[in-house]
Write a protein that binds this ligand. Sequence first.
Ligand SMILES: [Zn+2]
Length: 436
Amino acid sequence: MLFKDIAILDENLDYQQHQWVGVLGDTIDYIGDDEPSDAAKYGEVYEGAGRLLMPAMYNAHTHAPMTLLRGYAENLPLHEWLQQKCWPFEGKMTGEDNYWATLLSCAEMARYGTVSFSDMYYHTPERARAVDESGLKANLCTSPLAFEPKPIQEFPIFAEMEDSIKNIDGMADGRIKFEGCIHAEYTNNDVTAKTVFDWAKEHNTRMHVHVSETEFEVAGCRERHDGLSPVQWLESLGAFDVPAIAAHCVWVDDEDIEILAKRGVTVAHNPASNMKLSSGFAPIVKMLEAGVNVALGTDGMASNNNHDLFQDMYLMAMLPKGTELDPTLITPKQAVFAATRAGAIAQGRDDCGLVKEGFRADLAVLDITGTSWCPINDMLTNVVYSSHGSDVVLTLCDGRVVYRDGSWPFIDIDMVKAEVVERTQRIQRELAEQVD
Ligand SMILES: [Zn+2]
């Protein structure tokens, strides 16, 4: 595809007008002011008038199959929400339920310009199949909940981890990766956690873990582990000896932030989920000042309840201004970077997340002719504060169209929606029968 005379956010996230961008295979092959001399080799010419080409987005923390729980458990405190609503529902979810729910998440993400996501859940083969078919990318992991202090090798989930690192990591031309994970400190113990971290090191993979989401979690951790915070506990056991995503980090202190920065941990900031579950506001300004890579996540659909990362980007830029009473905090560029390049870095996709020659063609094209885009005094400001995910008209992942003008080339959206509705109703019936 050759984008003709189109506005772009360049590799420095600066706004450039009247650019030509050529995509060859999975790569951005050409960016320039003029039509390339060998234009014909790019195939379709895409008219760029009224469009903005920007890097696609990378969702650094979600639970894709939780689309089945969208709107199911509302207005509850986190621990009640998790233990009394989410876990019983999830206990009824089969592998095929996970497959269809993940496909719906992929469709929704592609529709809103997201091409890749870090996904913590179960039934990895079924999730991987959905990601593969959708054309998207994902860093999958499966989250041991281990209340007994025994090595991970003694838990049934270990077989899935071993199988996934052998057969799923690197599949679909590297679009799908598999990595290590524990759900969180409060659902684990020293022995199991340490063997998971050792396993990640042994396989040279990455880690993904929920960290300091609530004040309650941090207080409990300090009690359980001689005053250590979740960040300190994780570090002491080797969780950060490999590149890691720490999701949430709402209740981290200066010492924690120093550790996260020093160890090159990416914080997946989930502003919508943290507010919806009343967990608090992550100190992202301090993190950014300390040099922490802050990426953005939607979290699962039971606590957001959508995969529109444009909303999370808006909240990231907006919230610190309100909570710190300082309108200078978080620039539009910092927010766009978090939604794009920072997430690609978090996923170990070093050649992704920027509109740059030689980078993967992971691109989102926005219709900027809508009322909320007028006038364009500052493009980045419009992208952060005036846009909606629904402005996306085209999403490319590794150079392939995964969404365009209301259609998904690789997903039968009507069938996916019908399956999701039917499967959600079945699980709710099963839960009701159990109560009776
Ligand atoms: Zn989560």
